[in-house]
Write a protein that binds this ligand. Structure first.
Ligand code: B12
Ligand code: SF4
Length: 474
């Protein structure tokens, strides 16, 4: 039994300055699935068309060479179209093979995906490890599709959903991701950090995020021992000493995060790493442990510089005061902070007066914050006051599986297109009760320009912090 796991390529976007980043970040989802398959004696291979920038011809060659019994494709929303093309290709080359698709997009569009893509046999909803294992048993004729939880498939022309699969409680029971299947080309292409994930699930259910449905509303975490064993394994076998924790909120359980940091120090692991955190989950003590264990960068989802939007629309349950404090404490611990913002929320207003300031080149000297109250530009000024080392901005995007997508109308959002390739957070796909698509686009360009200047000004400060860390270490 051979399974080929394909990470679908990203679409090429012919708009200057737009598209997908160059960062090489191997996919943990299919690496976990491959590990579970191998543990059960199934031959698994990974074709990471996304990170290796492979085209359909190259993907076709891999399929021809392996002649898999199952072709399993992973995609998110923006590369769903490419994933459909891969499925079509696979059906042509190995028509007898079962084609399966999974990931955070199709988990919420399963029926539609099957109806519009004849070349896909099965959609896996939610976590894929156990489900994929059972699908190999279906191909071996040991069980039927109807017995596999968490899938959507066709039966006599109808689309059938089996019951949802409960999420895996004990994450320690999973083998480590099958990194031995990763190609050396990652290194040639400049992979700088190895991804690792130590928890799944999130209780917060923010309006624009599908994690609380995809991975469940309960935070499930691996034990510190198990996490540090994996770090050690990567250091020893892959000779990498830089990591990125892919956890949505690495710091959600403070005690556990401290225990991981202490175990890194106790083992003498000389590593550096970055992670994401919520601003309300860090404090001086935790940050000091993180810094000692090699953490040098934290990504914070601050989301908006407008407290009312944070409270009334996003439901993130954080305050700007917490953001300012978290960033300050992060810097005091010698760690670089990156804050991420989203614009285009209902209730946000553009402002012509601000654009006029910008046009006249007077911004920063003469503008009057009072005249911008409640506008998207007041949020920009407030975001800058958070004073992170780096700031990023994205456009509000209604991914399937989010409240924003399901309840768009009642939230004051009009979804303008379901051309999924546009769902890359850089192209406007909605308008709101307060801003037209032109307003949103113009505000986005302003934010991008302003944050460019902001980041350049802080570049030196960031470097200094990094240098101080290196000196302290030496
Ligand atoms: C790390 C990360 C990144 C990294 C690396 C991505 C990667 N290759 O893994 C980087 C920074 C590159 C990135 C970029 C983007 N990301 Co991102 N990212 C994540 C994050 C935080 C963790 C991914 C991860 O490691 N998960 C852990 C593994 C174990 O879970 P998993 O990947 O979901 O896989 C499981 C299931 O989905 C399923 N499954 C997945 N594939 C398949 C395939 C088959 C056949 C089967 C059966 C099952 C299956 O089984 C897996 C194991 O249980 C997720 C959020 C999250 N919590 O997952 C967002 C997330 C995937 N990203 C998201 C987005 C929007 C993006 C960007 C488009 C945004 C942007 N412009 O920055 C870009 C574009 C991607 C790209 N490649 O360029 C969204 C996707 C939403 C959507 N519907 O599209 C997510 C879900 C965040 C969110 N909550 O909104 N991202
Ligand atoms: S944005 Fe972060 S805190 Fe909010 S639901 Fe998603 S993962 Fe959880």
């Amino acid at each position: 039994m051979k399974v080929l796991l394909i990470n679908a390529p990203v679409p090429v976007i012919n708009i200057p300055g737009m598209g997908f980043g160059k960062v090489v970040s191997p996919p943990l989802g299919i690496s976990y699935i491959a590990a579970v398959l191998e543990e059960a004696g199934v031959e698994a291979a990974i074709c990471d068309a996304q990170n290796l920038k492979m085209n359909l011809r190259e993907i076709g060659r891999e399929i021809e060479m392996l002649k898999p019994d199952i072709v399993a494709i992973s995609c998110f929303t923006a590369n769903y179209g490419e994933a459909q093309k891969v499925a079509e290709l696979a059906k042509k080359i190995v028509p007898q093979a079962m084609t399966v698709i999974g990931g955070p997009h199709v988990s919420f569009t399963a029926g539609k995906t099957l109806r519009e893509t004849p070349s896909i046999d099965v959609v896996v909803r939610g976590e894929g490890e156990q489900t994929m294992l059972e699908l190999t048993q279906v191909v071996e004729g040991k069980i039927s599709l109807a017995e596999v939880a968490g899938i959507t498939y066709r039966f006599r022309g109808a689309v059938v959903n089996t019951p949802d699969r409960p999420v895996l409680d004990d994450l320690d029971s999973l083998p480590f991701p099958a990194r031995h299947l990763w190609p050396d080309k990652y290194i040639q292409r400049g992979m700088r950090e190895v991804p690792i994930i130590t928890s799944r699930g999130c209780p917060f259910g923010c309006v624009f995020c599908s994690t609380s449905r995809m991975a469940g509303p309960v935070f499930r975490a691996r034990s510190p021992q198990n996490v540090v064993d994996e770090l050690q394994h990567v250091v020893d076998d892959l000779y990498f000493d830089r990591f990125i924790f892919n956890d949505d909120t690495f710091t959600l359980d403070n005690e556990r995060a401290i225990a991981i940091c202490d175990a890194i120090v106790d083992r003498g692991l000389d590593i550096t790493w970055a992670c994401s955190a919520r601003v309300d989950t860090v404090n001086k003590e935790l940050l000091s442990h993180m810094s000692d264990a090699g953490c040098d960068m934290i990504y914070y989802g601050v989301e908006s510089g407008n407290q009312e939007i944070l409270d009334r629309f996003i439901g993130k349950r954080i305050t700007l005061e917490q953001a300012r404090r978290a960033v300050k404490l992060t810097h005091e611990a010698g760690i670089v902070s990156v804050a991420s913002y989203i614009i285009g929320f209902p209730g946000e207003r553009g402002d012509k007066e601000f654009q006029a300031y910008l046009k006249r080149g007077e911004y920063g000297t003469t503008y009057d914050l009072n005249s911008l109250r409640g506008t998207i530009f007041e949020s920009l000024v407030r975001a800058k006051e958070v004073d992170s080392d780096q700031a990023q901005v994205h456009l509000l995007t209604p991914f399937p599986g989010t409240r924003l997508y399901d309840e768009a109308d009642s939230l004051g959002v009009k979804i303008l297109t379901e051309e999924w390739w546009r769902y890359n957070l850089q192209l406007p796909v909605i308008e709101t009760n307060t801003m037209s698509v032109e307003d949103i686009w113009s505000a986005y360009r302003t934010y991008m320009d302003e944050f460019d200047t902001y980041n350049n000004i802080r570049h030196e400060r960031r470097l200094k912090r990094m240098r101080r860390r290196m000196e302290a270490k030496a």
